[in-house]
Design a protein around this ligand. Structure first.
Ligand code: CTP
Length: 408
């Protein structure tokens, strides 16, 4: 997707700059051309020499270098790029961008460019949540600057929270998303379920699970990126709505099923939600009160509808392709093959959710794709890349002539 694309990578001064070298390597592996602009502070974390070797190009840093200006002015630098990426985007460079400063080569290029700009913020959690940074990011978003991340995580300063730069693979996925013009799913409709469901015990308590919705939301975003008209039916999650997707928010499995059926006939359905298997047989209409000395209440549960199985056996309304997920902790492939036939879906994306894998709530996923043709083992990828790869496989599958069409 990135063959021949020209990326101008601005590296500002943060400890995450060490990840920018890996970003360059991944972009080069995809045959993109990468040219680096290094700020003065960035040069404290990565050397121009390392970047020069990785990019096989000169590294630019000095606005007032006469040689650079005669060979390659700052206007030309931005003109020659398809996309400008700022990674890491520190609080300082975001503030300078928001203020429209042009006090070094990086900010001058950013002010002069008419190309799309993608920023990957990286900073301490308190800097990221500071009112000044929040306002700067809002200003930049309004001006059309794209953002990837930051993620939650442990930072170099040993604090935990949002501020950690996205992993290089996620930044590559965001770059691909911005530079992809191919829309192989144009004219196709997709339904995606994502997140957990919440089953009410009484008006204040519920049964749920730890699903973050990251994988389902990434799939909805990837399908939309490839041109599909996407309806995302999501349980309660703390994720932003993916761009260009119709989002239907629900709480319970019953509501999720109703929303999926209401979406009508679609070309592809991807059930990535972690639907609660059981709900209360009779949820209490008033808050259940503790009674001194009384035993805890026994919760009588009843099974929830199986949304994946319902969609897979929908007769004429059945989607052309139904994809389910299998979250397993043992016998991954065998269990997933059995689940595929039990649920009647076409494909199963099987993932190992053992605690040691960090899949649940994490950023990465190791999956096997189980189809009628066999089992594909995918390498460990970011959830965004798994989503893009799955969306690509769906596009290929839907482009194949159907048996009836093939016979015509
Ligand atoms: N699923 C669904 N509706 C349900 C339960 C599950 O649509 N009520 C879907 C999930 O979205 C996922 C697939 O079914 O695509 C597999 O769900 P999972 O919970 O892993 O499988 P189960 O059928 O619950 O089997 P088990 O709990 O035995 O692993």
């Amino acid at each position: 997707m990135l063959k021949g694309k020209r990326i101008l990578l601005v590296i500002a001064g943060g400890i995450a700059a060490f990840k920018s070298q890996e970003l360059v390597r991944l972009l080069r592996k995809r045959d993109a051309q990468v040219r680096c602009v290094l700020t003065g502070a960035g040069a404290k974390f990565v050397t121009p020499m390392a970047l020069q070797v990785l990019t096989e190009d000169k590294v630019y840093s000095d606005l007032f270098s006469l040689t650079d200006e005669s060979e390659m002015g700052h206007i030309q630098l931005s003109r020659d790029a398809d996309l400008v990426v700022v990674a890491p985007a520190t609080a300082n460079i975001l503030a300078r961008m928001a203020a429209g400063l042009a006090d070094d080569l990086a900010t001058t290029v950013l002010l002069a460019t008419d190309k799309p700009v993608l920023a990957a913020p990286a900073m301490n959690v308190r800097m990221w949540t500071h009112a000044a940074t929040v306002a700067n990011v809002e200003t930049l978003r309004r001006r059309g600057i794209h953002f990837v991340g930051p993620n939650d995580g442990v930072m170099a300063c040993n604090e935990y929270g949002p501020g950690r730069m996205s992993e290089p693979e996620e930044i590559v996925a965001a770059i691909e998303s911005l530079l992809t013009t191919e829309k192989p799913l144009a004219g196709k409709s997709a339904l995606v379920t994502s997140g957990p469901t919440r089953e009410a015990i009484d008006p204040v308590r519920y049964i749920s699970n730890h699903s973050s919705g990251k994988q389902g939301h990434a799939i909805a975003a990837a399908l939309a990126q490839l041109g599909a008209e996407v309806t995302l039916v999501s349980g309660p999650v703390s994720l932003p709505d993916p761009a260009g997707v119709t989002v239907v928010r629900i709480d319970s499995a019953d509501q999720m099923l109703a929303a999926c059926l209401a979406a009508g006939k679609v070309d592809v359905a991807v059930c990535a939600a972690a639907v609660a298997d059981w709900k209360m047989a009779r949820p209490a209409t008033a808050k259940i009160k503790k009674k001194a000395g009384a035993a805890p209440p026994a919760l009588e549960l009843t099974p929830n509808p199986d949304i994946l199985a319902t969609l897979s056996r929908r007769g004429p309304q059945r989607p052309t392709l139904v994809v389910g997920f299998a979250a397993e902790t043992e016998n991954l492939v065998a269990n997933a093959i059995e689940k595929r036939s039990r649920k009647g879906c076409d494909w199963i994306v099987a993932n190992d959710v053992s605690p040691s894998t960090g899949t649940f709530g994490g950023e990465r996923n190791t999956v096997h794709l189980i189809t009628a043709e066999g089992v594909q083992a995918w390498p460990t990828l970011s959830k965004d890349r798994v989503a893009l790869q799955l969306a690509g496989a769906i596009a290929l599958h839907l482009a194949r002539p159907r048996p009836a069409e093939a016979a015509e």
